[in-house]
Design a protein around this ligand. Structure first.
Ligand code: HEC
Ligand code: HEC
Length: 204
């Protein structure tokens, strides 16, 4: 219900609803204003059309909250994050961060995009079975059978392969400190395997 109201306000700009408490109203207005700014890069309704900017539509609430807080306290620190997300996240309160996470979790994601079927088939094997000989767990164990995500485990379905690949590399560095579980996943895989699994999740 809360999510629906937020959605209606943010999308339709129904800022004048008569019976809302004033604090609630101010909070929703700040989410609404923020969504306009985010859309310049993340696309309308969080459906990105830029390869280096992740889509936010349908992303897990808990995951989005943690990322925005990691940007704000500057612990998630890849070059593009420093350039694009540190400044804007510094302006967000906890309440606005939660409102933004609700808003994006409620948006319908764009369908996946298949561009390289052979590579995607190789990636699918890693996604579903992991690579036991390299000590790599199946991705689906945490990210879901359809890469739909669950709580702190992000949705991967439909994310641009270039962005996914760049993150898989970032997990090998200290730049994403909340990615400890991902370190073990990425350490042993070759560049070719990372590219394949990135292509696969984009196609989902
Ligand atoms: C000027 C462009 C720009 C604007 C404006 C912007 N972002 Fe971003 N955002 C990016 C880029 C680029 C990345 C990916 C950085 C990387 O390579 O890790 C990103 C990453 C993110 C992530 C991490 C997603 C993931 O899958 O890990 C979240 C969450 C996010 N932004 C939310 C927001 C919100 C909410 C707003 C508005 C308040 C916003 N962004 C405004 C460019 C932008
Ligand atoms: C044991 C659980 C686990 C397994 C298995 C796992 N992941 Fe993750 N993954 C996570 C967690 C937790 C995060 C969020 C890290 C954070 O908050 O920064 C994550 C984040 C990611 C991200 C970043 C998404 C974004 O929007 O920035 C990608 C990409 C990813 N995982 C891909 C994979 C792939 C590919 C595999 C299989 C090779 C895999 N994961 C296996 C737990 C897991």
């Amino acid at each position: 219900m809360k999510t629906f109201r937020l959605l209606a306000w943010a999308v339709l700009g129904l800022a004048g609803a008569a019976n809302a408490q004033s604090t609630n109203k101010a909070e929703l207005e700040s989410v609404q204003r923020a969504v306009h700014v985010c859309a310049a890069c993340h696309g309308d309704f969080g459906r990105s059309t830029k390869s280096f900017v992740p889509s936010l539509a349908g992303q897990m609430r808990e995951y989005t909250i943690r990322q925005l807080k990691d940007f704000r306290n500057q612990s998630r620190a890849e070059t593009d994050v420093q350039a694009y997300m540190w400044g804007i996240s510094a302006l967000l309160t906890d309440e606005t961060i939660e409102g933004l996470a609700d808003y994006y979790a409620a948006q319908k994601p764009a369908p996946g995009k298949s561009t390289q079927p052979k590579l995607e088939a190789a990636g699918r094997k890693i996604y579903e079975n992991g690579s036991p000989s390299q000590g790599v767990l199946p991705c689906k164990q945490c990210h879901g059978d359809a890469a739909e995500g669950a709580a702190g485990f992000p949705r991967l379905a439909g994310l641009n392969a270039k962005y996914v690949y760049s993150q898989l590399q970032a997990f090998r560095t200290p730049l994403r400190p909340h990615g400890v579980l991902m370190k073990n996943e990425t350490r042993a895989l070759s560049e070719a395997q990372l590219k394949a699994v990135a292509a696969y999740v984009q196609s989902r």
